[in-house]
Design a protein around this ligand. Structure first.
Ligand SMILES: [Zn+2]
Length: 541
């Protein structure tokens, strides 16, 4: 009892509750018999996520908000099911002989000893709410051990909310809700990779998808046709724009939710992952009155983010910055953003004419416009202003080839070309747990580093509490800035393509993607595996 009162006082001190609420909870506790913290949660005075850090501090351990965890199936299976129920403990992770277990009282030595004896592992307790633990145990599929069902203390409708919040916190930009034969699979996509994060039983599927549709302004009365919608949602302390597209598949309605973080999500150009030299070159280009800037990379490599940062940067310098988008993905403070309205007749051609009459210093496109508009834009890039354009391609030569294939005259393209940015995203290592190692000569050679190079460390992913055992936290852009040399411009004007352009670029360019990603590897930003993925896809060396 003394302990509980003390927790009450700590919550008051933390400003989470007042004395009156504490008294009320203490009185309610007498009849319910529940712990004080649970009582305060039941009374909606505090949230689980607010109480746990305080409890953890008191117990001197970490904490786990069970409803928001992805429980490792293998870890769960290390402890027999009846024992888990009896002891009210939830095994959540097993790694390197250490079993992490969520429990209400991490100081309960008897339970810890018992778990140790049964699993032959070192047991690391983390504090969690007992009710959440019990509910999670009830919801765990006995077959696979994967957490299914409504997470502890969470209504099925909030499952979607929780996944979105988790995605925001992990820097993920899209969530896939995929109906499968055995339930609804939730996957996070960042860049080019999809990670499975949870599976929910089929009976919750409609509720979850419906919630997603409501949050993103999609019509909920129809599930037979592909639908799209976007809306601003407030989730916890986050305010995000959700752009959702649904599509009927054989096991139900699939939804792809893209998350846009509004103004606060727009990074400054300095944070995009440019090297110092790259940033300097780009700023040099942006100070010119005219020229064509191409941003190239595969789908999901962050081209839009880079374009937005460039336009915002120019706009911030008290210059006239414009964009033409279909639809607007991020709202920008310093950019005049035009959104096409096909029904009203505002198409690319009209939008380009109108924006050029507004005397812009820079004009960016959200996507490649049709051929006739593109030709006009390139002429504008020679005579009027800077034009920035995303091109889905693997490397600069691929981007130039793509544009020529659209029928743009090579002379127009070559004469307006100012620079080409190529980019990829790599998973960023968690600073809390990454581990250095000395690469062997073979590995150094693979990345075209001198095999006798000394004092160079690469890092590997390990996994810890703060990165949810993934070893990674978010992503970082790898961006190479290729300033168009007179030679390259000349070759493009002559209509050269592919191999011959690649050769000219390799011989004259300074920054290449390969070079940039090796820098990220050697400075401990990412792993060998991630660097390898970019290194062998970049095409240009
Ligand atoms: Zn970590």
């Amino acid at each position: 009892m003394r302990q509980r009162q003390k927790i009450g006082e700590l919550l008051v001190q933390a400003g989470l509750i007042d004395e009156e609420q504490l008294d009320e909870a203490l009185a309610a506790q007498k009849t319910s018999g529940k712990p004080l913290c649970q009582t305060l949660i039941d009374l909606h005075y505090v949230r689980e996520g607010q109480v746990l850090p305080i409890l953890a501090k008191q117990y001197g351990c970490s904490f786990a908000e069970v409803g928001r965890l992805t429980i490792q199936p293998d870890a769960y299976k290390t402890v027999p099911r009846d024992l888990v129920r009896k002891l009210h403990v939830l095994p959540i992770r097993a790694k390197d002989g250490v079993l992490t277990v969520a429990m209400a009282n991490p100081l309960d030595l008897e339970t810890l000893d018992l778990l140790k004896a049964r699993t032959h592992m070192r047991v690391e307790p983390v504090v969690a709410m007992e009710e959440s633990i019990d509910q999670a145990i009830k919801g765990i599929d006995p077959g696979s051990g994967v957490a299914v069902g409504a997470p502890a203390g969470v209504a099925p409708t909030s499952i979607a909310d929780q996944h979105i919040v988790e995605a925001i916190e992990r820097g993920v930009n899209a969530i896939h809700f995929e109906p499968r034969e055995d339930g609804l699979l939730v996957r996070f996509s960042s860049g080019e990779i999809l990670d499975d994060v949870a599976k929910h039983p089929a009976e919750l599927q409609d509720t979850i998808i419906n919630r997603v549709k409501i949050l993103s302004g999609v019509d909920t009365t129809d599930s037979r046709l592909p639908l799209a919608g976007s809306a601003r949602a407030v989730l916890g302390s986050y305010e995000v724009d959700l752009l959702t597209e649904t599509c009927p598949v054989i096991y139900g309605e699939r939804a792809l939710v893209r998350i846009r973080r509004g103004q606060q999500g727009i990074m400054s150009m300095d944070d995009l992952g440019f090297t110092e030299d790259g940033l300097k070159s780009l700023k040099g280009i942006l100070s010119r009155p005219t020229g064509l800037i191409l941003v190239t990379g595969p789908k999901g490599s962050g081209k839009t983010t880079t374009l937005c940062a460039i336009l915002e940067n120019v706009g911030k310098e008290k210059k006239n910055s414009f964009s033409i988008e279909d639809p607007v993905e991020f709202e920008l403070n310093h950019v005049n953003q035009m959104e096409l309205n096909h029904r009203a007749g505002l198409d690319f051609s009209l939008a380009l004419d109108a924006s050029l009459k507004q005397d812009p210093e820079i004009l960016g496109f959200g996507m490649i416009p049709p051929y006739n508009v593109l030709e006009t834009a390139f002429v504008a890039a020679t005579n009027n202003c800077l034009i920035a354009l995303p091109v889905p391609a693997g490397d600069p030569a691929g981007a130039l080839g793509h544009i020529m294939d659209l029928g743009i005259r090579s002379f127009t393209l070559g004469s307006s070309l100012a620079c080409i940015l190529s980019q990829r995203l790599v998973k960023k290592l968690c600073d809390q747990c990454k581990q250095p190692f000395t690469p062997d000569p073979e590995l150094l050679m693979e990345f075209r580093l001198r095999p006798d190079l000394k004092n160079v460390a690469f890092f590997k992913a390990i996994g810890c509490e703060s990165c949810k055992d993934t070893g990674f936290v978010g992503h970082e852009g790898v961006v190479a800035v290729l300033v168009a040399s007179p030679e390259l411009k000349g070759a493009v004007m002559e209509g050269q393509k592919d191999a011959s352009l690649r050769e000219i670029i390799a011989n004259t360019a300074t920054g290449s993607l390969d070079y940039e990603v090796v820098r990220k590897l050697a400075s401990g930003v990412t792993t060998v595996e991630e660097a390898r993925r970019v290194f062998h896809s970049a095409g240009v060396s």
